[in-house]
Write a protein that binds this ligand. Sequence first.
Ligand code: AMP
Length: 223
Amino acid sequence: MYIIMLGAPGSGKGTIGRELVKKYDLSYFSTGDIFRDEIEKNTELGIEVNKYLSEGSLVPDEITIKIVEEKLKSMDKILLDGFPRTIKQAEKLDEFLQENGKSITAVINLNIPDKDVITRTSHRVICSNKNCGASFNTMFMPPKKDGICDICGSKLIKRKDDKPETIKDRLVQYHKNTQPLIDYYKKEGLLDTIDIDIYSNKTKEETAENAGKLIEKKINSYK
Ligand code: AMP
């Protein structure tokens, strides 16, 4: 099973994705997490990609595709968060899956207005424990205890690229490079869209349940 989460930064790909991972017993795969981890460990790759993440631009396709292909070889039943992000990456993923006799099950697109992305990401805090990776929002989804992760008790931190000026650049990149994937997957008959309203009282569990229903509908349509 290969599920792709599409959506602008701050649309909730990671939060909803992690709920789906629990529900369907999938491996969670986030290129953003891989890059942040390499940066923190100060590896050669980390040093190379740091400038792209700091300025809110995309890591070049050649680097990203190479990393993803290496990791995907040893994984199955995956939820992809943040990959693909360009048409080239989507084409490469299709090629890779075809060569390995696999295919994409469903693509869930989380649709959120740009102004809400700015509001949501400026209040986002994430768990400092990489194995946990939980995300909270001081305005919309606060942790029970200020600055502490509800799930594992680690410190909550802000992502360096959640500054308003970097978010604006990430949104430009999103509209230019990633939004075209909506049409790409629509043409393949794989896309379902969920509208995200940050002011509604809908919980992440409810949105994930909605996404789950769309995924199951897709699975049933292949039978
Ligand atoms: P994310 O955690 O998914 O928001 O990603 C954080 C940053 O990592 C992005 O702003 C990009 O700089 C980089 N990144 C993550 N995934 C990709 C990708 N598929 N292609 C290129 N750059 C990526």
